[in-house]
Design a protein around this ligand. Structure first.
Ligand SMILES: O=C(O)CCC(=O)C(=O)O
Ligand SMILES: [Fe+2]
Length: 287
């Protein structure tokens, strides 16, 4: 039987990366206090309870998925900025990008009777265009309830991040991310995994959050889920992670569509959309 490694919450970024490189996934037990989970669920309750179930088997006909979490919950922002998560993401993806961005932050609620999800690689959102040696994502599935075999703890195939895409997992190669509330499983975009079947009579709740290379298109459109007037109130690093920051010289600029004042109609940085200095960018100084 295949097995996942579980670390305690004194684990370092190096500990996490070492196991991720070997297995493609690792559990860190009780990384955040249950009180922070409860705070997040309290802030999000009106949104979660008014979220419909999915319409496809893959997204889950007995699963609800709720987004815009950065705008909707202070507690979620703390989870996203948790040192091991953000630090792990930056280190894991450093070979391919100096900057990371928030790719998705979603509350997933598996209702009783939900079936097991098809095993998949999260990187498939970008097709198969990226060379295999590039790891585009660092994902955390955070247990917002206990994750048990019975309630659908995520199924994972340790080591499958090194497999050919065509190889199918045998039952003996699949394990489950059983972990108590407040724990997280970090996994790469290349490891095979999928939600388990919820055979219990209670909800299995998770925060599914991912960082990605900053030069890829985000899965959740953060500019719509967290528009400038909301983002302007946030911590500067959170703003950067949403994408309100230039990447290298050219990525992410905009022009205010109706701006006609002399000298103002040109190229603006996304930071300027949040009310930072009105500095006009005159021309390239990096070429
Ligand atoms: O629910 C889970 O445990 C995993 C969900 C998942 O992998 C996905 O929807 O991409
Ligand atoms: Fe997934």
């Amino acid at each position: 039987m295949s097995k996942l490694t579980t670390l305690d919450n004194n684990a370092t970024v190096d500990d996490v990366i070492k196991i991720m490189e070997r297995d493609g996934a690792v559990i860190v037990e009780r990384l955040i206090p249950e009180s922070l989970v409860d705070e997040a669920l309290g802030e999000l309750e009106p949104y979660i309870s008014s979220t419909p179930t999915g319409s496809h088997e893959f997204s889950g006909v007995k699963t609800t998925r709720t987004g815009a979490l950065v705008a909707r919950s202070k507690a979620i922002r703390k989870v996203l900025m948790q040192e091991l998560f953000l630090g792990g993401a930056k280190t894991f993806m450093k070979p391919w990008s100096d900057m990371v961005q928030l790719n998705i932050a979603q509350i997933m609620r598996l209702l009783p009777g939900e079936k097991a999800q098809q095993l998949h690689r999260d990187r498939a959102i970008w097709g198969r265009h990226l060379p295999k040696e590039i790891e585009p994502q660092f994902i955390g599935i955070w247990a917002f309830t206990d994750f048990t075999k019975e309630n659908g703890a995520t199924c994972v195939v340790p080591g499958s991040h090194r497999w050919d895409y065509e190889r199918k997992a045998q039952d003996s190669e699949i394990t489950q991310a059983v972990m108590p509330k407040g724990s997280v499983m970090f996994y790469s975009g290349t490891v095979l995994h999928g939600g388990g079947a919820n055979q219990s009579n209670a909800h299995r709740i998770a925060l599914n959050a991912a960082y990605a290379l900053a030069w890829l298109r985000q899965e959740e459109n953060m500019y719509l889920s967290c528009p400038p007037q909301v983002a302007a109130q946030l911590d500067p690093e959170m703003q950067d992670l949403l994408g309100y920051k230039m990447g290298n010289y050219a990525l992410g600029y905009f022009s205010p569509p109706f701006e006609k004042r002399p000298g103002k109609a040109g190229i603006w940085t996304p930071e300027q959309a949040l009310g930072a200095s009105m500095r006009h960018i005159d021309g390239p100084d990096i070429f």
